[in-house]
Design a protein around this ligand. Structure first.
Ligand code: C2O
Ligand code: CU
Length: 479
């Protein structure tokens, strides 16, 4: 399956119109060979932290302006060439928006790129017209202002491109950034904060020897890099004090799954998932996280002797893709943070054994197209009409061998009820917006369809699958 290039007719037409010829180099003019990951020094550059975007205060709303443009950024360690990217404000990842619960935000997005774009705030209960739907693009030279009410739980959200059939290429080129929705009520918990609250955006990329990104989607199935990036830097290092840190981990890879673990078996305490705080902290040494999932973990480095180091690893990766980031531990200057035994209240949405309202089957059709309930994405079709304010139980099934699918419905936050009849992992028992559905697996989720009516998409968050039609629409209806 990996060798034949699979493109359905709608995709082929769209890609031709967008000037995308074939998989391979994003920069059309290069024939440079691929950069071997062995030529990239590991843990040779400091972990960058994406800058926080500053708003203008306009009539009770925080107003931001972002320009999507091309830029050259130093992703590879100094000494290796800079990389041309498409970035929000020319940054990779984009600038971080720090928003506050119940305080509205608007973001004016200017498209100074040569293709259609669309900006989705992943995890936000946005109105349909502010949701960055693939059907509502911003044309080159155009702009659009998105409104976010932020009337939801505090959480680590992220914004990324969602252009019709171009999402994977655009995100790969750099169009992704963090949106931290802060709940002031959380401050009393005493979790590590300020400089000890650190985002980790995990990605993977292929480079050529000139530093350009190489996009190889293996015939329209998946795109795996051979260089690990954290916050847009290849294999960085970070100096940490021998104390507690809160890390906000975002899996922003297009196709790569992660099984996170720290070297030496140092434990991680999971405090939050996609849609905010868990009810209670979950201590673990391994954490499975797939594309678009967010987990917030507290790591206590106080047991590590000063001068020691700890690797953040992807235990599902091989060779150099196992080690992602090296923490170099120095003496602590004091730590008054803590992890309370109770973080938030999470009430079950449905009773145990609640009946299934809808079934969604995710499969790879014999003709190579990724489909949901047997059909490819059609922007003119709606496959479900949940009622506004109603709760539904959805069963998500993957069929056929070879692929897992992280499933993401827009608008809602859900609870994971079961996986293959068993309870989900303890750290999956909070509110989520993306769930791992493994090969041949059955996952049940429950969601309340609110607060907005209208048409939203449901799709696989392997962005290659999404672009190759594994997307559908539901309409939240009032009657
Ligand atoms: Cu992060 Cu429709 O996706
Ligand atoms: Cu998929």
């Amino acid at each position: 399956m990996l060798s034949n290039r699979v493109v359905d007719r709608r995709t082929a037409l769209k890609l031709a119109a967008a000037g995308v010829a074939a998989p391979g180099l994003l920069a059309a003019s290069s024939n440079a060979p691929r950069l071997s990951p062995r030529q990239v020094p590991r843990f040779a550059q400091d972990l960058p932290i994406p800058p926080v975007l500053q708003p203008e205060r306009v009539g009770g709303v925080d107003a931001y302006v972002v320009t999507q443009r091309e830029a050259r950024v130093q992703v590879l360690p100094p000494g290796l060439p800079a990389t041309p990217v498409w970035g929000y404000d020319g940054l990779f990842p984009g600038p971080t928006v720090v928003a506050t619960v119940d305080r509205p935000v608007r973001v004016r997005q200017l498209n100074r790129l040569p293709q259609d774009v669309s900006v989705h705030l992943h995890g936000s209960a946005s109105r349909p017209e502010d949701d960055g739907q693939p059907t509502l693009p911003i044309a080159p030279g155009g702009e659009r202002t998105y409104h976010y009410e932020n009337a939801q739980r505090g959480a680590t959200l992220w914004y990324h491109d969602h252009a019709d059939m171009l999402t994977s290429r655009h995100v790969y080129r750099g169009l992704a950034g963090l949106y931290l929705l802060h709940d002031p009520a959380e401050d009393a918990l005493g979790l590590p904060s300020g400089p000890f609250d650190v985002p980790l955006v995990l990605q993977d990329r292929i480079f050529d020897v000139d530093g350009r990104l190489v996009y190889d989607d293996a015939g329209g199935t998946e795109v795996f890099g051979d260089v690990a990036l954290v916050n847009g830097a290849a294999w960085p290092r970070m100096t940490v004090q021998a104390r507690r840190y809160r890390f906000r981990v975002l899996i922003a890879s297009n196709s790569r799954p992660y099984l996170l673990g720290l070297s030496g078996g140092l434990p991680m305490t999971v405090v939050a998932s996609d849609s905010g705080l868990l009810e209670r902290p979950v201590r673990t040494t391994t954490l499975q996280a797939v594309m678009s999932e967010r987990y917030e973990v507290v790591v206590d480095f106080s047991a590590v002797p000063a001068g020691g180091s700890v690797l953040l690893q992807n235990l599902a990766g091989t060779g150099p893709m196992r080690g992602l980031l090296r923490f170099d531990v120095v003496r602590s200057r004091g730590d008054d943070s803590r992890v309370p035994q109770r973080l938030s209240q999470i009430d079950p949405l449905v009773a145990a054994g609640a009946p299934v309202d809808r079934v969604w089957r995710f499969s790879h059709r014999a003709d190579g197209v990724f489909v949901i309930n047997g059909r490819p994405f059609d922007p003119a079709r709606v496959d479900a009409r949940p009622r506004l304010g109603g709760v539904e139980v959805w069963e998500l099934r993957t069929e056929g061998p070879g692929f897992f699918h992280p499933v993401h419905p827009h608008l809602v936050h859900f609870q994971v009820l079961s996986r293959d009849g068993a309870p989900p992992a303890p750290y999956e028992r909070g509110w989520k917006d993306t769930v791992f559905v493994g090969e041949g697996s059955v996952v049940r989720i429950a969601a309340r369809f609110a607060p907005h009516a209208g048409v939203y998409v449901l799709h696989c968050h392997n962005l290659v699958h999404e672009d190759h039609s594994m997307m559908t629409q539901f309409e939240v209806v009032t009657t």
